[in-house]
Ligand binder design. Structure first.
Ligand code: PLP
Length: 383
């Protein structure tokens, strides 16, 4: 089978089954549980009433929304984009999925991270590309060590997928790291693609960096952003691509053969989200910080020491000594303790030995989840 959702399907089927018998705390998917800001819903409700909003919107998306994205990049990262360097997507996943198809030929080489969010591999497969899985190792702060990639791979690579802040590893990039990648991309002529879905979700006063902050990155890079996580709007399916004009144009042309753009009220709602950014983001970040702290503290009280993440809405937890098989651990934990977490192996073989816990429940529920996990570990005598 060319595409597989193997372990994720197995887990969701078991969640359904176990839910019939007991309450399950589902921390397995990164779908925000918090409501959107009421003003966003207000805009959506108003725009839906206007019959003029029911036509095709067409690619590359509403200019005012793309201007909203440009203003966001300017304010947050000091990056100045032109309007033709931006594109509205049906969620960032859609754009990531179609990107290689938009300018690669079958057999071209794409580099994807291991462990990594599964869409990069799927996107390469959709385009009939060859895949080189590059390792993300803790000893390198989970950053691609480009100097370790063989010359023949660098020479023939067309795209390198990056994801900082990273899901599932929660790692962040820094300036020197991105600067080096831009240097290599220019030298060897490949395109860097950074998935910035978690750009706003950084904790303890840290700040994410955009790949486009690097001088001349615009010659070799595109970035993907989304309102899903920053504004609790995952269901409205609005995302963005920004960066190199030729790449954006290729993706726009491909998309024009596939879709007719995002429903206008949804684009207006996304624009309202950008306008409310200063109101929404600080509170959201605090909420996730508190949730993270509760979970980490509870687990540590049971003897499981887990590193607190500096970004994203996930905890990437190395399994306690004596447990190696993340798939078996996740399925057993769900069956015996009613807590669903994602096995690290689902993100690639280098994810084995870890689980990803999504902070998508309130503090009380996370404390309860931590307690159930802790008691399960005690019962198994591994803590
Ligand atoms: C790293 C990463 N990229 C992209 C996405 C997809 O986001 P969107 O809702 O914008 O399609 C997700 C969703 O979980 C994600 O974790």
């Amino acid at each position: 089978m060319k595409f597989s959702t193997g372990i994720f399907d197995e887990l969701s089927m078991l969640i359904k089954k176990v839910s019939k018998e007991r309450d399950v705390i589902n921390l397995s998917i990164g779908s925000p549980d918090l409501p959107p800001h009421p003003k966003i819903i207000e805009v959506l409700a108003k725009e839906v009433q206007d019959f003029q909003n029911y036509g095709y919107t067409l690619n590359p998306g509403l200019e005012e929304l793309r201007e909203g994205l440009i203003a966001w990049y300017q304010k947050k990262y000091g990056v100045n984009l032109k309007i033709d360097e931006t594109l509205v997507l049906l969620g960032s996943q859609e754009g990531l999925a179609h990107l290689p198809l938009s300018f690669l030929n079958p057999g071209d080489l794409v580099l994807v991270p291991n462990p990594g969010y599964p869409i990069y591999e799927a996107a390469a497969k959709l385009a009939g590309a060859k895949i080189y899985y590059y390792p993300l190792l803790e000893e390198n702060n989970y950053r691609l060590d480009i100097e370790k990639i063989p010359y023949d791979i660098l020479r023939t690579a067309k795209i390198i997928f990056l994801n900082y802040p990273n899901n599932p590893l929660t790692a962040m990039a820094n300036y020197e790291f991105f600067e080096k990648l831009v240097f290599y991309a220019k030298k060897y002529g490949f395109i860097l693609v950074n998935d910035l879905a978690y750009g706003e979700l950084t904790f303890d006063e840290t700040r994410s960096i955009s790949l486009l902050e690097i001088p001349e990155a615009i010659d070799v890079a595109v970035e993907f952003y989304s309102v899903s996580k920053s504004f609790n709007l995952a269901g409205i399916r609005v995302g963005f691509a920004a960066g190199n004009q030729k790449v954006i144009s290729a993706l726009t042309i491909l998309k024009s053969n596939i879709d007719y753009g995002v429903f206008k009220p949804l684009q207006k709602a996304a624009l309202e989200a950008f306008k409310l950014r200063e109101v929404i983001i600080p509170d959201l970040v605090k909420t996730y910080e508190k949730r993270r702290n509760v979970l980490i503290k509870t687990l540590s009280e049971y003897g499981w020491q887990v590193k607190p993440p500096l970004a994203t809405m996930f905890v990437w937890a190395q399994l306690p000594d004596g447990i190696k098989d993340s798939r078996k651990f996740s399925l057993d934990l769900l069956t015996n303790a009613g807590v669903a977490v994602t096995p690290g192996i689902g993100f690639g073989d280098l994810g084995e030995g870890y689980v990803r816990i999504a902070l998508v429940a309130d503090e009380d529920k996370l404390a309860e989840a931590g307690k159930r996990i802790g008691e399960y570990l005690q019962y198994r005598r591994v803590v």
